[in-house]
Unconditional design. Structure first.
Length: 241
């Protein structure tokens, strides 16, 4: 066995051991009330805008209540994974780093394998300051998530271009009153180099295929509400390997 293989096995063993001592967090107090799920005119907007980006097809995905899933089991840690977002605009492939962000990759893998992300719309597009497409909220409202929170992991080093194009990181709101971070299921794909984002978002992967799709969606601009993409994009299925 080569030195590199030995070092890799040692790293994996350390990560697996660390996972056993950590847990996903469920607040023990009442969480802030979330706004109701938007039951919007997604079908009409799809019909109107489905041809904005070449290669995109109409989707029947609409905002819906998230699946109510228990906390994933950390006794079977996931290591590196390949995530494929099968969208109505084409496949976006993400190489997920289960060594640097083990709990995040474990949780996203778990949710994906349960069908949590299927038929969900990417609900936010930012085309100035930061350049991201945000997905992972089945409600499509920006307030949806699972019944647990994932610890912070793998922050980038502060400085210029902390999140280069192709970076995939967890989206979150302010910490809860007890200091718990609010990483849930929402994530963002960076489609253009930028340094405006604070260095406090968990990076868990990078796009290896399909970044051109995200760039095309961004080029089409925002929808009438100024938040979502004008070209509706839905995760029809989220595959994990």
């Amino acid at each position: 066995m080569g030195v590199a293989q030995v070092k890799k096995q040692v790293v994996i063993a350390v990560v697996a051991s660390a996972l056993l001592s950590l847990a996903f967090t469920v607040p023990t107090y009442a969480a802030p009330k979330k706004p109701p799920v938007k039951q919007n005119n997604a079908k009409q907007s799809v019909a109107k805008n489905s041809a904005l980006v070449a290669g995109c097809k109409p989707t029947t995905a609409v905002g819906h209540a998230p699946l109510k899933l228990p906390i994933p089991d950390v006794n079977k840690p996931h290591i590196n994974k390949v995530f494929t977002l099968k969208t109505n605009c084409g496949d976006i492939v993400i190489e997920a780093d289960g060594v640097k962000a083990p709990l995040t990759v474990l949780a996203i893998s778990y949710l994906a394998q349960k069908g949590y992300f299927n038929q969900s719309l990417c609900h936010r597009l930012v085309t100035s300051g930061i350049f991201v497409l945000q997905c992972g909220d089945p409600t499509a409202s920006g307030s949806g998530g699972p019944k647990f929170y994932i610890p912070n992991e793998n922050f980038p080093a502060p400085g210029a271009n902390s999140y280069p194009a192709g970076t995939v990181a967890m989206a979150k709101g302010p910490d809860l009153p007890d200091g718990t971070p609010t990483n849930g299921s929402q994530f963002f794909i960076v489609y253009q180099d930028n340094s405006a984002l604070a260095a406090n978002y968990t990076i868990f992967g990078r796009v290896t295929q399909g970044l051109d799709i995200v760039k095309s969606i961004a080029a089409a601009g925002n929808s009438a509400d100024g938040v979502g993409p004008a070209q509706p994009v839905a995760i029809e299925k989220f595959d994990v390997k």
